[in-house]
Design a protein around this ligand. Structure first.
Ligand SMILES: [Zn+2]
Length: 279
């Protein structure tokens, strides 16, 4: 069984659907990240206040308590700190942020990122182009996230491997890894390799990431499916396809297991060796 590190809730009216756990099982997925409905700034149809989105997240989470619930926060909202507290009280294990109308390095988002790190939670960011019909991809260029170096002890991942800026993504990973070796309290970047990259890019990008940056210790799988309509056959196909690519690139069964399971656990639970403190 594998973990799916990228499952969204999308429909503001969705009622927890009893066949969701069955679909996960059919896909070969036993755990993963379940992300709440987006904030209104991302999707105006979902004009729901944070407490209602938290409640909706936990209603779905009850169906599959093995998933880690993540709350999607807009760090520019005035009451963002309060939202973090409410979400933490409810039992979330981390936060999701998409920079769709602000740069990550702006003052207000950076305060919220530091707050999340101080609370001990990880953040999943989007990276790469953003297909939302607005001119927002530029906020998500990987190098814009170099500012995370100023967020002490943050664990963060960047979804979709930064496509089309995959080289920039690999370079950022490498830069941060070098800094982490010097200063173990620095931020720790994880690679969320959730689909979104056209298939033809997948193998060359994995090859670069794995050989140059050793992210096999910090990379995890995601399928970017909606919980409301989880396509088990598609997810099973992705898992199988990626395992085949990893084998072609010479990874061992143990390393593939890490990519499909253990690395996500390390990301969420923070149980990891820093590059500065090798085991
Ligand atoms: Zn996503």
């Amino acid at each position: 069984m594998s973990f799916d590190g990228h499952i969204h809730l999308w429909n503001e009216n969705s009622i927890p659907c009893k066949d969701f756990p069955e679909r996960l099982k059919k896909a070969g997925v036993s755990g993963g990240l379940l992300m709440s409905l987006p904030p209104p700034s991302f999707r105006s149809e979902v004009n729901l206040p944070a407490p209602v989105r938290i409640e909706h997240l936990f209603a779905w989470h009850a169906l599959q308590p093995g998933l880690w619930p993540f709350f999607w926060v807009d760090p520019t909202e005035k009451d963002a700190e309060k939202q973090l507290e409410k979400a933490a009280e409810a039992g979330v294990k981390g936060f999701k942020v998409i920079c769709d109308h602000f740069f990550p390095g702006e003052e207000r988002p950076m305060q919220i990122f530091q707050r999340i790190a101080d609370m001990g939670f990880p953040i999943v960011f989007h990276s790469g182009c953003l297909a939302n019909g607005r001119d927002s991809s530029n906020f998500n260029r990987p190098m814009n996230f170099e500012c995370m170096i100023r967020v002490r002890k943050l664990r963060f991942s960047m979804a979709h491997i930064g496509w089309p800026w995959c080289d920039e993504y690999a370079a950022l990973f490498l830069l941060l890894k070098i800094q982490e070796k010097k200063h173990p309290d620095n931020c720790k970047m994880f690679v969320d390799n959730t689909v979104g990259t056209p298939d033809i890019y997948r193998k060359p990008v994995f090859e670069k990431l794995i050989s140059v940056c050793e992210p096999k210790e910090r990379m995890y799988f995601g399928a970017d499916q909606l919980a409301e309509n989880y396509d088990d056959r598609q997810v099973a196909w992705y898992l199988n396809r990626d395992a085949g690519l990893y084998r072609e690139l010479g990874l061992t069964q143990k390393e593939i297991r890490n990519l499909h399971e253990d690395n996500l656990r390390k990301f969420v639970e923070g149980d990891l060796q820093s590059y500065g403190n090798p085991a």
